[in-house]
Design a binder for this molecule. Structure first.
Ligand code: ATP
Length: 378
């Protein structure tokens, strides 16, 4: 097994009473992008700064290529850790040319430096920009210079803190994809901090979801999205609908059918969670739609609001059984009249059932073998 490029081993960080990072262990391999994702203040940047060496942890160790660079006894400075840094404010030196900016961290003879600078500028698509100054470049171009500068010393690990958030949306997607391609080519291990779930899904080979100083879930984007560890983890990636129920004889009866809740005691409150794109809409043509085992029971409601969102439409439906509002999205333009009766059903393989409190484990009702509580609905 190859040694991970970066290991964070049981890292703790306290700022006075604030426990910013709590026993976080993570590793990143060569060529891998691990995204640290979480809400503001959850400890992402602190963890990154500890990996970089600009902050010292209260406990735990940081290793680069198997070598301890920081623990209780030693603390190597950032410049000896073989880590590259890229932040939102990419801080190019305004008085230096593009070439001098990229060459800044290189300790080589002039000729070799020139060749390295030229090769990295070519890699980021800025061949011929050597003699320009930062103020003569667009935001995206400046960001690419920052990438070339961070990569030129060939760091083993790249640490990136919201590196794309200063770019406007149209520019961002292109720069993100180009950056990812160069980093993959270089085989650099990347730890990238973001609060944007879409960015994490797009950039990450794995995502570490953080909350209140802890990592609550780590996995591939598909896994994190489709098997959230709890309601908050599900809700971090999209709006979710919550359907409440109470356990009786190891199951919960809802207007959308029964959900098995093995292991939960009678009278426990549960939440069935479903994303808006996993609700199915049928127009009311004088009766319920025909039964479909994948969808369970349909329940009726009336359109409260329908909005066109570009690639999809968002329909908010007031349910007749309890007056709750559910949100459904459908691809393209679908704008039913306010008050129109609709039947909603749940794609049951995309539902998650969690206890209302102490939500710690995923229970996907269609996945009987994955989790003791996760059984197909009865
Ligand atoms: P954001 O996305 O807003 O940057 P974050 O997840 O990166 O947030 P951190 O910046 O790591 O969060 O902060 C984690 C917690 O530690 C916060 O409560 C913050 O106020 C606190 N904190 C961070 N740096 C310091 C410091 N130097 N002194 C005191 N408290 C700090």
């Amino acid at each position: 097994m190859t040694t991970p490029r970066l290991v964070l081993d049981r890292i703790e960080k306290d700022f006075g009473d604030c426990r910013a990072v709590r026993s976080v262990s993570l590793d990143v391999s060569s060529g891998e992008v691990l995204c640290l994702l979480g809400p503001s203040g959850c400890g992402k940047s602190t963890l990154l700064r500890i990996a970089a060496g600009v902050e010292r942890q209260s406990a735990g160790a940081v290793r680069v290529d198997g070598r301890v660079v920081s623990d209780a006894r030693r603390h190597d400075p950032p410049e000896t850790r073989s880590v590259g840094l890229m932040f939102q404010d990419f801080a190019l030196f305004p008085h230096l040319t593009v070439a001098d900016n990229v060459a800044f961290g290189l300790r080589r003879a002039n000729g070799a430096r020139r060749d390295i600078v030229a090769s990295y500028l070519r890699r980021v698509g800025l061949d011929g920009y050597q003699d320009k100054y930062p103020h003569q470049l667009s935001g995206g171009e400046q960001q690419r210079v920052a990438l070339a500068r961070a990569l030129a010393p060939k760091p083993r690990v790249m640490l990136m803190d919201e590196p794309f958030s200063g770019l406007d949306q149209r520019l961002r997607d292109g720069v993100r994809d180009e950056t990812l391609a160069v980093l993959k080519e270089e085989g650099t291990a990347v730890l990238l901090v973001t609060h944007d779930p879409e960015e994490a899904l797009r950039m990450g080979d794995r995502i570490a979801l953080m909350r209140a100083g802890r990592v609550v879930q780590v996995g591939a984007p598909y896994h994190i999205y489709n098997h959230p560890v709890d309601r908050k983890a599900a809700a971090f990636f999209s709006d979710v609908n919550v359907i409440h129920g109470t356990v009786a004889a190891r199951q919960t009866d809802t207007p959308f059918g029964l959900f098995l809740t093995p292991g939960m005691v009678d009278d426990a409150d549960v939440e069935v969670i479903i994303r808006p794109q996993h609700l199915k809409i049928d127009e009311d043509r004088g009766g319920a739609p025909p039964p479909n085992p994948r969808l369970g029971l349909p329940a009726r409601g009336r359109v409260e609001r329908a909005r066109f969102m570009g690639s999809e439409s968002l329909i908010e439906v007031r349910m007749e059984h309890d007056g709750s509002m559910l949100k459904a999205t459908v691809p393209g333009a679908y704008l039913p009249e306010r008050g129109a009766p609709l039947w909603l059903s749940l794609r049951r393989d995309h539902c998650f059932v969690f206890p209302c409190e102490a939500q710690t484990k995923v229970a996907n009702p269609w996945e009987p073998d994955r989790d003791p509580r996760g059984k197909r609905p009865g």
